[in-house]
Design a protein around this ligand. Structure first.
Ligand SMILES: [Zn+2]
Length: 487
């Protein structure tokens, strides 16, 4: 991972050829090479091993921070998971006394088999950087880091502290990362005004950006493992109460559970904003106060006219959902009734659903004799404000290209830990990638086009500069990374 790495020169040369970078700028590595290096450090969960990745990012900071202005720490949780924390203090006369956090996670989900190029090679092919984490979320981390360097090197006074956090274990629930950091090192975050994190959802039509989606709310995750045990026997025997049979009947009852349609503050905020620049039925329904939307959805549900007004994927925004994602009763032959059967349930709850109450409902439906184990409960979190200075700055900068709308996601991110403390957290992606390129998250062949990545780095720099520097955002030329290999 050092400059002496023999593979590095080759990769840089490939990057330069693909991007038509003039040869002299190769003397100094830039975001593409940093991302390649970062991707070649395997940080897969569950073992993760974030420490080398945290050290790598720390080494980049130390290389850029010749004046020693950035406070860099690697904080290791009791389970041995490393987090990086780097704070660049404000130095303006009129500093706000508040800080902005740029957050991403160091860990990635396992790569699995079947990749066209090695998932931990950090290779560049046909202008695309390949590797697990190229989208989720190492590219975002490098964009954050690059933005911090520009803010530092601009020489302009800073009115907010800028904190970069690279967290551990996000893909496993964040208990060793942001959850632990806020619990054990709360003093490092006491002055945080807002957080920019992953999960921005920018809607594309081909290569065209329809809108920037800033994630302001998320559903809750509740993962359960349910199991039944009992008498095993021959497949020819009479055993209607075999563990497999009991489990299937119990799961059927869970599938029959009714889940109310409910308009929450989160979904109302998101779809009302979207209605603002649409016309027709969608706008008629969603550009109304919350109670009106609720009443209208109920009317349409009764009359069977609901589908006409929902965009694809929208239903989950208005109800708790249950998916049975795995059923397992061993790998025995057809004529053996096994003594144990289990299933995994992935429930996604609206932000204000009582997760404990929901679990009790599921348990009641499962009935006695079914064991329930809770694998993950993310917990609820409030909606972040669209009236804050940070959100309005995003609207102003991004809105030049496309409308900015708040969104709610079905998954959970580290943002929820900050929101619970009353801190606004926004999922913001500076990248606007075609649907095809954005498809590798948690799948095979995750990759990011180098040109789109660098464009995103410049956007992230503009956002950070506007939020931190007294002079506001610098000219695009300054943000482009002159002298660091960016075109
Ligand atoms: Zn992620």
């Amino acid at each position: 991972m050092t400059a002496a790495d023999p593979g590095r020169g080759v990769r840089l040369a490939v990057a330069a050829a693909a991007l038509f970078i003039a040869a002299p700028s190769l003397a100094v590595a830039g975001p593409v090479a940093w991302l390649q290096d970062y991707l070649s450090i395997d940080t897969s969960n569950p073992s993760a091993g974030e420490l080398p990745a945290a050290r790598y990012l720390a080494s980049l900071i130390e290389r850029h921070d010749s004046g020693g202005e950035i406070d860099v720490r690697i904080l290791v949780s009791p389970n041995g998971r490393a987090n990086l924390y780097a704070r660049l203090p404000a130095n303006a006369v009129a500093a706000t006394g508040r800080s902005l956090v740029l957050l991403h996670h160091l860990d990635v989900v396992p790569a699995g088999e079947g990749w066209k190029h090695p998932p931990f090679g950090g290779e560049l092919h046909r202008g695309r950087i390949w590797g697990r984490g190229a989208l989720d979320a190492k590219s975002l981390g490098i964009a954050h880091l690059n933005a911090m360097f520009h803010v530092l090197e601009s020489g302009l006074p800073r009115r907010r502290d800028l904190i970069l956090v690279a967290s551990a274990g996000e893909e496993a629930g964040g208990g060793d990362g942001v959850g632990w950091l806020l619990e054990e090192h709360g003093e490092l975050f006491a002055d945080v005004e807002a957080v920019l994190n992953e999960a921005g959802v920018n809607r594309m039509a081909g290569d065209r950006l329809l809108w920037w989606g800033i994630e302001t709310a998320q559903k809750q995750v509740l993962w359960l493992r349910v199991s039944a045990a009992g008498r095993a026997g021959h497949g020819a025997g009479f055993n209607p109460a075999s563990p497999t049979h009991r489990l299937l009947r119990a799961l059927n009852r869970v599938l029959d559970l009714e889940h109310d349609w409910r308009v929450t503050a989160a979904s109302h905020q998101a779809y009302r904003a979207l209605a603002g620049f649409r016309t027709g039925e969608f706008a008629d329904v969603f550009d109304q106060p919350m109670e009106e939307v609720q009443a209208e959805l109920e009317r349409r549900l009764r009359d069977g006219r609901l589908d006409g007004v929902l965009l694809p994927g929208m239903s989950a925004s208005f109800r708790d959902t249950v998916q049975i994602t795995r059923i397992d009763n061993g790998a025995g032959p057809v004529n053996v009734a096994p003594g144990e059967a289990s299933a995994l349930i992935d429930a996604r709850l609206l932000p204000d659903t009582d997760a404990g109450g929901f679990r009790r409902r599921v348990e009641t439906m499962l009935g006695s004799g079914i064991h329930v184990e809770e694998l993950l409960r993310s917990g609820g979190s409030p909606v972040s404000s669209t009236g804050s200075d940070v959100y309005r700055t995003l609207e102003r900068l991004l809105g030049v290209r496309a409308p900015v709308v708040p969104t709610m996601i079905a998954g959970a991110t580290d943002s929820r830990f900050f929101r619970r403390l009353g801190v606004d957290a926004y999922g913001f992606s500076p990248f606007t990638l075609s649907v095809d390129d954005a498809g590798g998250v948690h799948g095979v062949d995750e990759r990011i086009p180098a040109s789109g990545f660098l464009r995103g780095c410049r956007m992230m720099t503009r956002v950070a500069a506007a939020l931190v520097l007294v002079e506001g955002d610098p000219a695009p030329a300054a943000a482009a990374g002159a002298g660091r290999g960016a075109p």
